[in-house]
Design a protein around this ligand. Structure first.
Ligand SMILES: [Zn+2]
Length: 251
């Protein structure tokens, strides 16, 4: 994709030796022009930015180069880490309220293309690390909203979606949410984190109550993550045995 460059002065250096491994999706809450103005304003008390802004018709604007830190996530947490700006890429998708307004298909097609390009450049962004702002800042943030088509993205290989297996979640809900990546219940209640999970994976009913369906969806996702871990282990095992074989043939 060929983005239109509209540089923002709001950026910083990436920490050394840390891969970019998280992709955060947002909605702008404002029309394109206002969003671009705020994300490129260096006179605000709280300066903000994003790497990309994606308009309703799929037009793409690049504000910050991927190798620099943009200020889009704020106070945030995923998979045991805080302050995710340092290692993430942020995309602001133009939508005035993602709970109320559908995302046009042209915009989503462009988003999927952009995500594939980003993931190809940064392979450490595994599907589990494609998140919404609401996942990494429960209660404080609700974007990209309940109408964001996560299932469509997952079908194209971007992010995770439940497969519909009927697994039973073993153990404590809060612990299981943390195992998947959600923050600990420190500044917010467990029900806020359950609501963030539902907002993402069961948008038809977001009440913060860990009912049977919610528990089943989380078990399904954890199972997929564990599958991936097993797959990784399998691949590494294979690589190791090939390496050993080469060593043995040489000696
Ligand atoms: Zn956001």
């Amino acid at each position: 994709m060929q983005p239109i460059d509209l540089p923002s002065p709001n950026h910083a250096a990436r920490p050394a030796d840390t891969p970019i491994d998280i992709l955060v999706l947002h909605y702008t809450e404002l029309p394109l022009a206002e969003s671009l103005a705020i994300l490129r304003d260096d006179a605000r008390p709280q300066r903000v930015s994003a790497h990309y802004v994606l308009d309703l018709d799929g037009a793409l604007y690049r504000l910050v180069p991927e190798e620099r830190v943009a200020w889009h996530a704020g106070r945030s947490h995923w998979r045991g880490r805080d302050g995710l700006n340092a290692t993430s890429i942020g995309i602001e998708i133009v939508n005035l309220h993602g709970d109320l307004h559908d995302y046009p298909s042209r915009q989503i097609a462009a988003l999927i293309e952009l995500c594939h390009e980003i993931v190809a450049r940064h392979p450490a962004i595994v599907p589990r690390n494609v998140v919404g702002h609401s996942d990494i800042a429960p209660k404080r943030k609700i974007d990209p909203g309940r109408r964001f088509p996560w299932a469509t993205l997952a079908r194209s290989g971007i992010g995770l979606w439940p497969r519909g297996t009927c697994l039973k979640l073993e153990g404590d809900m809060q612990a299981a949410l943390r195992r998947f990546g959600y923050p600990p219940a420190v500044d917010v209640a467990t029900s806020d984190i359950v609501a963030a999970f539902q907002r993402r994976f069961r948008p038809s009913l977001v009440g913060g109550i860990a009912d049977d369906e919610t528990r089943m969806l989380l078990a399904d996702l954890l199972d997929q993550v564990d599958d991936r871990l097993r797959l990784e282990k399998g691949r590494n095992g294979l690589r190791l045995s090939r390496m050993l074989q080469r060593v043995i043939t040489k000696t």
